[in-house]
Design a protein. Structure first.
Length: 301
């Protein structure tokens, strides 16, 4: 199926992007707000606007209400990314990534409420396994006090907001055309960037980081943003071709690619990876990943 190729472009490219995100957060944004890093995403969204408009001038011809809803979904997407970067500041990429697997559960709930899609018993069982796998990775050991409640709250909220934006995108991409929906989504991302830059402390942080690490920050961020953009475009195009829950089930395999890439980086290029490679951690993460894979398979059943 052609949609499957587009859907799988997301998890592969997003896994690469997550490790680049982790490198950027640890190297340049450890003592800065994640909102500052998102300014680069907003800049890319701003640059995409004239490019899409030139190729498809009709994108500005949709009703005002539709453009406002899609733009708002772009803003919500950036809020979700803000929550994600907050989680990434204190956790490994392979611990944060599995929480994106909750998105298919939200996707099926939203699909039922808005689109009338009814999940099967297999899909319900798969959702339970996905949640179980993410909770396994959120626990550090036998001490309940060490449960990562902050990580859970941040990433569950992030997954819900991402599912919500995917739903909005699917509804409008089908009715108003793919590139029109992308255009107004990018507009929302650009608005988020303008709002962040309007806040003086964030603006000072951004300009200071850009001034002190100009070449490295721009080059790594540019690569990262285009890798992330490729995954987003592929996955969102798959949403036009296949059901929301099914696409999200496929994209939830991001965890596997993050885990594999993280182990490879830690073993071969330890300066760029920070995954724990102890036997206990590998068993726990591998077990959680297995639960998630089985859950994804059932959700897509």
């Amino acid at each position: 199926m052609s949609w499957l190729l587009f859907a799988f472009s997301g998890p592969v490219l997003w896994a690469i992007s997550m490790h680049l995100d982790k490198y950027l957060v640890d190297r340049y944004f450890a003592n800065s707000s994640p909102a500052v890093l998102l300014v680069f995403t907003s800049i890319l969204g701003l640059l995409m606007l004239p490019a899409i408009w030139a190729l498809a001038p009709h994108v500005v011809g949709i009703p005002l209400r539709s453009s406002l809803v899609i733009t708002t979904s772009g803003l919500v997407f950036m809020v979700a990314m803000f929550l994600y970067f907050q989680a990434l500041q204190s956790e490994e990429a392979s611990v944060v990534a599995p929480f994106f697997q909750i998105a298919p559960v939200f996707g099926y709930v939203l699909g039922y409420l808005v689109l009338g899609e009814v999940p099967t018993a297999w899909q319900t069982a798969g959702g339970a396994l996905i949640v179980g796998g993410t909770l396994l990775l959120s626990h550090r050991g036998g001490d309940a006090r060490r449960f990562k409640s902050r990580l859970v709250l941040l990433m569950v909220a992030c997954a819900f907001l991402l599912s919500l934006t995917s739903l909005v995108f699917k509804v409008y991409a089908i009715s108003d055309e793919f590139w029109t929906t992308m255009f107004w989504s990018f507009a929302g991302q650009a608005v988020f960037g303008f709002a962040i830059m309007a806040i003086e402390p964030y603006r000072r942080q951004f300009l200071r980081l850009l001034r002190t690490n100009t070449r490295a920050l721009i080059s790594v961020n540019a690569v990262n943003e285009f890798v992330n953009l490729g995954g987003s475009l592929g996955t969102r195009y798959a949403l036009v071709l296949a059901p929301l829950g099914l696409v999200q089930a496929v994209t939830s395999t991001t965890t596997l690619f993050v885990f594999v890439f993280g182990v490879a980086l830690s073993a071969l290029f330890p300066a760029f990876g920070r995954e724990e490679l102890s036997g206990g951690q590998l068993v726990k993460k591998g077990g959680a990943a297995t639960l998630i894979v089985v859950g994804v398979a059932l959700v897509g059943h």
